[in-house]
Design a protein around this ligand. Structure first.
Ligand code: URP
Ligand code: ZN
Ligand code: ZN
Length: 484
């Protein structure tokens, strides 16, 4: 059934204008003034509202087996939560066990994601290095439409890769036209600090934060940036949480390196004071990596979004119930790491970012959707309100109010880290793939409505951006090639 969104202001990352939007099928059919509603169409009155590209969350972990548990929101409930908050696409991490075939892990993730209610894509994680990994990376890019590979510099003894593996994989990414991603924390140092903190008798959730100070993130971010540069690969730093990491990214960009940074809505708005709470459950529910930081780091992250040295806002949605968190009672190292945020990212960011004057509404669109689509090479199919783009749209009422509470959330967990947060600005309707997915509290999207979205590799120029090559490499050396 066609849908006409009438009387709103269309907001893209680069301009806004009054226009009606006609959706007919999975794409946007037309934008214009006083468009006629085709026979049988549903008409949405968007007077006083903004019509924006649906949010894209570039960082989720739905039904992820991790630290002895499986994250509680699966592709059905995670994407339903997303749609209710104005997010119409998630990019989830396909994570092979070390030594497991990437192709087998991909099939696992395709099976789990069949019940997605919104569009989705995958990043592929490199958790070990071998000829098999080298070969399979090509299939992942050319056959599966995945142009990003994730590397964990933390989680020693589990997912962590060392510098040798990192170098090999980054070089392979550059060769294949893929963008490497890093979880930047020095896992060796974290493991040592965890032991030292336990020796002092600290076993509670606050020990998690003590063992992962900003320095471990700053060091790993710098290291990943330098290694990426020597291979010619660009770099995307996930969950940038602190000044040290942001400054490494800003410095790299100022030097001409193609490096991107992704703060989370949690790190922008919640702080390390949460770990001082005497209620173990309260603090453990907020255990994630990197941990929440001292408030001063938030100023740096906001400044990064405002100045463009940080480009996107994600959630790292990896939701564990309180019962799952209690696995770590007596030893903070065993608390499953992760928090939720999929349904809250857009309203909380609007409230903290736009209503405070830090971001314009166009910048909001950039950091929640358009920049993500551009960095991941799916723009303008996604991330734009334009004729021919996918009809993934959010009708946003800047005056709507909502107080976040676990009692009314769609996520399957029993708490919400944003509990009590008062939002002004929220969706009244979310369209996904041309269908009305969520309308004023009525969740219409069904399992299987979501489509798997392939992302093409990047151009040779995009992945050959090495300042090392142009400034200090020995004459004739173009790029460090790697063999399996
Ligand atoms: O604590 C977190 N962030 N859990 C999810 C896995 C990861 O590191 O992204
Ligand atoms: Zn991570
Ligand atoms: Zn993550």
């Amino acid at each position: 059934m066609p849908i006409l969104i009438r009387g709103g202001t269309v907001v893209n990352h680069d301009h806004s204008r009054r226009a009606d939007v006609l959706v007919d099928g999975p794409t946007i059919a037309a934008l214009g003034t006083n468009l006629d509603a085709p026979a049988g169409s549903e008409v949405i009155d968007a007077g006083g509202c903004y019509v924006m590209p649906g949010g894209i969350d570039p960082h989720t972990h739905l039904e992820l087996p991790f630290m002895g548990s499986i994250s509680a929101d699966d592709f059905e409930w995670g994407t339903k939560a997303a749609l209710s908050g104005g997010t119409t696409m998630v990019i989830d991490f396909c994570i092979p066990d070390p030594g497991q075939s990437m192709l087998a892990a991909y099939q696992d993730w395709r099976r789990k994601s069949e019940k997605a209610t919104s569009d989705y894509g995958f990043h592929m994680a490199v958790t070990s290095w071998s000829k098999q990994v080298f070969d399979e990376m090509e299939t992942v890019v050319k056959t599966y439409g995945i142009n990003t590979f994730k590397h964990f510099l933390a989680y020693k003894g589990a997912l962590m890769v060392n510098d040798d593996e990192l170098y090999n994989s980054f070089a392979r990414c550059a060769h294949l036209g893929a963008l490497p991603l890093v979880h930047a924390e020095n896992g060796d140092v974290v493991a040592r600090m965890q032991e030292a903190i336990l020796e002092q008798g600290i076993t509670g959730p606050e020990g998690h934060a003590f063992s992962r100070p900003p320095e471990v993130e700053g060091e790993a971010t710098n290291r990943a940036i330098m290694i990426a540069d020597m291979t010619g690969a660009p770099l995307y730093v996930v969950h940038t949480s602190c000044r040290e990491s942001h400054e490494a990214i800003a410095r790299a960009r100022a030097a001409g390196k193609r490096v991107y940074g992704e703060p989370l809505i949690q790190h922008l708005t919640l702080d390390a004071g949460e770990y001082d709470n005497r209620d173990w459950d309260h603090a453990a529910r907020r255990v994630m990596s990197p941990p929440f930081r001292a408030k001063a780091h938030q100023d740096s992250l906001w400044a990064g979004l405002q100045s463009g040295s940080l480009q996107v806002v994600a959630t790292d949605h990896c939701a564990f119930t309180t019962a799952q968190k209690r696995i770590g009672a007596g030893d903070f190292r065993k608390i499953p790491n992760g928090t939720g945020g999929l349904e809250d990212r857009m309203p909380v960011l609007w409230t903290a970012g736009v209503n405070s004057g830090r971001l314009t509404k166009e910048e909001f669109v950039a950091v929640t959707s358009a920049n993500i689509a551009r960095i991941l090479n799916i723009y303008p199919r996604k991330g734009a309100v334009a004729a021919g783009s996918d009809a993934d749209l959010v009708v946003w009422d800047p005056a709507a109010t909502k107080t976040v509470t676990a009692k009314r959330q769609i996520s399957r967990i029993d708490y919400n880290v944003f509990e009590g947060y008062r939002c002004t600005g929220a969706p009244i309707a979310t369209l996904s793939g041309g269908r009305m997915a969520w309308l004023e509290g009525d969740l219409r999207a069904r399992p299987g409505d979501g489509r798997y979205i392939e992302r093409p590799p990047f151009s040779a120029v995009h992945v050959a951006n090495s300042t090392w090559k142009t400034q200090t490499a020995p004459k004739g050396v173009q790029r460090m090639e790697v063999t399996p």
